[in-house]
Design a protein around this ligand. Structure first.
Ligand SMILES: NC(=O)c1ccc[n+]([C@@H]2O[C@H](COP(=O)([O-])OP(=O)(O)OC[C@H]3O[C@@H](n4cnc5c(N)ncnc54)[C@H](O)[C@@H]3O)[C@@H](O)[C@H]2O)c1
Length: 250
């Protein structure tokens, strides 16, 4: 399969390696410095595009893929407020798109169990819940897209939480968390050198604490998941959240 990479940073480079191991060809690589090569003609050489760039460039890049009629797998995070309009544009243009806040198999298992756990915890309202996420210091968005997906999974299933709020905790000062209301789900973000991504859901009561945690050891799982998504989406039409690819059932 011919793949175009939009974004050739930390993720783009690992995706290139894993795609080659799976016998795919990289026919186009676009980064900040050669955006002039992002043309409809060049995109049409690809069977699928994989997009891991920045929150400010992702929307334009996705629209370019729709115009070229090439399916796009989107890993970039930090733009989800535009999700409804992008979905509409995808369907109107008869395009194909799959997006994920996190492509790793382990995290998608985590997402699924997180929802089941939240539903179960309705029976035990004396536990309060919060989400913690830790990432490397170059990460541009906060909270992480993965933490937002985790929080949405809790809010959909736990009656006591209505919306999430985020605090980026620096220097160990988390005094701002005192202002979080009972029906708000706190996502606390930490930025620490060299952490690929750690997410913890914490149910806390006076008696005990239950912690449900995923730790990424490196970026390979995200990259493999993105290549698997490119293989899965080829030949399909429509707009797909990654859960459709994993299909864990209910
Ligand atoms: N969904 C997932 O599984 C997953 C996993 C890891 C990272 N991410 C997300 O993927 C994105 C990229 O992560 P990264 O660690 O590779 O970041 P990075 O900063 O290492 O790479 C981003 C690259 O995009 C380039 N870029 C800037 N403008 C561009 C444009 N207009 N077109 C194409 N490229 C452009 C930058 O020069 C940079 O090289 C981030 O949003 C990150 O949060 C998602």
């Amino acid at each position: 399969m011919n793949i175009a990479l939009l974004g050739y940073g930390k993720m783009g480079k690992i995706i290139e390696k894993i795609a080659a191991e799976r016998k795919h060809n990289i026919v186009l690589k676009i980064d900040f410095y050669n955006q002039n090569e992002l043309t409809t003609e060049n995109l049409k050489n690809a069977d699928v595009v994989i997009e891991f760039s920045t929150p400010t460039s992702v929307i334009g890049n996705i629209q370019h893929c729709f115009e070229a009629g090439v399916p796009v797998v989107v890993g970039t995070t930090g733009w989800y407020e535009h999700l409804p309009e992008i979905k509409q544009k995808c369907l109107e243009s008869n395009g194909t798109m799959l997006y994920a806040s996190n492509f790793s198999v382990g995290v998608n298992i985590f997402f699924h169990i997180n929802k089941l756990l939240a539903k179960l915890m309705n029976k035990y309202p004396y536990y309060d819940v919060q989400v913690e996420e830790i990432h490397h210091t170059q990460k541009l968005d906060s909270p992480s897209g993965t933490a937002i997906t985790i929080a949405e999974g809790i809010i959909e299933n736990l009656d006591t939480k209505k919306e999430w709020v985020n605090i980026l905790t620096s220097d160990g000062d988390n005094s701002a968390s005192d202002n979080v209301k009972n029906d708000q789900l706190l996502i606390e973000s930490f930025r620490i050198e060299n952490i690929p991504g750690t997410h913890t859901v914490i149910y806390d009561s006076e008696i005990d604490t239950i912690e449900f945690k995923h730790t990424a050891h490196n970026r390979n799982g995200f990259a493999l998941g993105a290549v698997l998504a490119a293989e899965w989406i080829r030949g399909k039409k429509g707009f797909f959240p990654v859960a459709e690819m994993f299909d864990f059932g209910t």
